[in-house]
Design a binder for this molecule. Structure first.
Ligand code: ADP
Ligand code: MG
Length: 593
């Protein structure tokens, strides 16, 4: 066949293949258009599960009569005008494809009237053929009717499921949008029977409505903010999450919206699950309606024609914000893993926490722990009192007693008194030492990216990153400039990849540093700094729940590094409360005991 241009009808039908999958996807597009038009009430009527008729009516702005033809033309939109608009798009739609696509695979009629018009106008498109607009009767707002969906695409029409199944999906699609627009009223009917009728509500009431009124007492409010230097403004998490008692056998009641848009994202769903780790039977699914709000420039909405997927610039930050938001809500309700002050005598053989590189087993299960409690190493200014020195005589085989407090601090009974450790600072220190020892032997293990990842570093930072390139290369990060402000990343240090840290996140933190490698001494310092940055990013954070064996492993490593009480920046990782200090605080002199 010779090469030729596709006809506009064919272009629209091909686009319809992506945007119009079934009645629910048509409803999603039409309801989103109604919201973009400023509607306060939206009514959806179905016949035959939407296969025969979908009618969406709104009380929004309406369409000017002379723009009706444009509305059904592909790539015609009133929502963006430039590429910059796309970066911060606030409307649901912006591709200008939905109506043209729907019109190419059905019989579409739009009836619309602006408040200022004396009457309505309507336009029809039948299987892609457009009939001119003409005057019609109708109230202010817009009514869109889609008849005989897929009339000219028999393969699609044949594969529609039962009327009940398609209606159920439409219901889900409306629920998803309704969660992000609680101030709007929604109505859904099927063959004249009302199945949904919600008035404008506040956010919590809408969440309860969608998740099920019966669950109300088990739905905890989410309210969390995460600030990060990489972002303009915080990541905000709101919405509700069900307690473990509200969990369901299916994952249907899990809603995630990013900047008001319903999104499907397995890794973010996983973040919620992680917060439930140890609290819930893994075979059931938590219920939630979770809203993430963040700078629109940190979200690329334009990766999927139906916009149900997004690309985040800082996925691991959003992941962490979600996990901590849910954990915090559960904790406020007192739902925590109950751990009595544990005694570790038989640690598990393998540890999920990557304390070293390529060596995950630090504590061996050969009947004991392979380290001696660091009685002296952590003792700082406190000189042991005469009575204290008796307590300090801890046999090296004695079990170590510890607990994690607020998922941030480790409290360890050791020597003469107790030590409070900042888990992040210690883990960062341990990783830093590991990385340093490792890099002295050979370059770090790297993971090649299938496609180079392009990171926009801004004009200023390109030069800095280029000057650091040899150092970064030793660390497993290969990158080359690509254009005046973009860096192409070809490989990443494997251990960052394993910890879920993306090229973007890592490179941007280097870009925003003031590192230079102009001479050998500066280069040596820069290497240390970058190693530390890696350690800091990869280390467990405050708020991360650690298992007993992970804590035991971390404490074991603490005993093997020198000056474990300082993080690489020189900040303390731990402080001691000696028995003498405790005695002093409780006003018990040694002689009165
Ligand atoms: P997009 O939403 O991406 O702009 P659509 O094909 O869905 O593309 O719609 C094309 C245009 O038609 C919209 O940009 C808007 O101007 C107009 N439009 C569609 N539906 C409505 C509605 N319910 N009310 C007012 N205007 C509408
Ligand atoms: Mg649209």
């Amino acid at each position: 066949m010779p090469i030729r241009l596709l006809t506009p009808e064919l272009v629209n039908q091909i686009a319809a293949g992506e945007v119009v999958e079934r009645p629910a996807s048509v409803v999603k597009e039409l309801v989103e258009n109604a919201l973009d038009a400023g509607a306060s009430r939206v009514t959806v009527e179905l016949e035959g599960g939407g296969a025969d008729l979908i009618r969406v009516s709104d009380d929004g702005s309406g369409i000017a009569p002379d723009e009706l033809l444009l509305a059904v033309t592909a790539h015609a939109t009133s929502k963006i005008a430039s590429f910059d608009d796309l970066e911060a798009v606030a409307s649901y739609g912006f591709r200008g494809e939905a109506l043209a696509s729907i019109g190419s695979v059905s019989h579409l009629r739009i009836t619309s009237r602006r408040a200022s018009d004396g009457h309505a106008h309507s336009i029809e498109v039948d299987g892609g053929m457009v009939n001119a607009a003409r005057p019609a009767a109708g109230a202010p707002g817009t009514v869109i009717e889609v008849r005989t969906l897929f009339k000219n695409v028999p393969a699609r029409r044949k594969f529609l499921r039962s009327q009940a199944a398609e209606t159920g999906r439409v219901h889900d699609a409306i629920d998803a949008i309704a969660l992000g627009a609680p101030g709007i009223g929604f109505k859904l009917s099927s063959d004249g029977r009302t199945i949904l009728d919600v008035p404008p509500q506040d956010e919590r009431t809408r969440c309860v409505q969608v998740l099920g009124a019966g669950l109300a007492p088990e739905l905890l409010d989410l309210a969390f903010e995460l600030e990060a230097p990489e972002l303009h403004g915080p990541i905000r998490i709101s919405g509700v999450v069900g307690t473990p008692a509200a969990a369901k056998a299916s994952a249907r009641n899990q809603w995630l919206l990013i900047n008001g848009r319903p999104i499907e994202d397995r890794s973010l769903q996983h973040a919620v699950r992680e917060a439930f780790r140890g609290l819930m039977d893994p075979s059931v699914h938590p219920v939630y309606a979770l809203f993430v709000e963040l700078d629109p420039r940190a979200v690329d909405m334009n990766v999927h024609p139906a916009k149900t997927e997004v690309r985040l610039r800082f996925p691991s930050l959003v992941h962490r914000a979600i996990r901590r938001a849910v954990a915090q809500a559960l904790e406020r309700r007192g739902i925590v893993v109950t751990e009595r002050l544990p005694t570790i005598e038989h640690p598990e053989p393998t540890l999920p926490l990557p304390l070293g590189i390529g060596q995950r087993t630090i504590v061996h299960a050969d009947g004991g722990i392979a380290w001696t409690p660091a009685t002296g190493a952590a003792t700082t200014a406190e000189a042991p009192s005469s009575s204290g020195s008796a307590h300090a005589a801890v046999a090296s085989s004695a079990p170590v007693r510890f607990m994690q407090v607020d998922r941030s601090w480790l409290v360890v009974e050791e020597g003469d008194g107790l030590t409070v450790i900042d888990q992040h600072a210690l883990h960062e220190r341990v990783m830093f030492e590991d990385l340093k020892a490792r890099i002295e032997r050979s370059p770090l293990e790297r993971q090649r990216l299938l496609m180079p990842e392009l990171v926009d570093c801004g004009h200023g930072a390109i030069e800095r990153i280029e000057s650091l390139a040899p150092i970064l290369d030793r660390l497993g990060l290969e990158c080359t400039p690509s254009g005046s402000r973009t860096i192409a990343v070809h490989s990443m240090p494997s251990f960052l990849v394993e910890r879920g840290i993306g090229a973007q996140e890592f490179l941007l933190s280097i870009a925003s540093s003031d590192l230079r490698a102009d001479d050998p001494r500066a280069a040596e310092a820069a290497l240390s700094e970058v190693l530390d940055l890696m350690a800091c990013k990869a280390a467990v954070k405050a708020g991360d729940r650690l298992s007993n064996s992970e804590i035991a492993a971390l404490l074991a490593r603490r005993a093997t590094i020198d000056r474990p009480d300082r993080c690489p920046h020189g900040r303390p990782t731990a402080f001691r409360l000696s028995t003498a200090e405790l005695e002093r605080r409780f006003g018990r002199s040694v002689s009165s005991r």
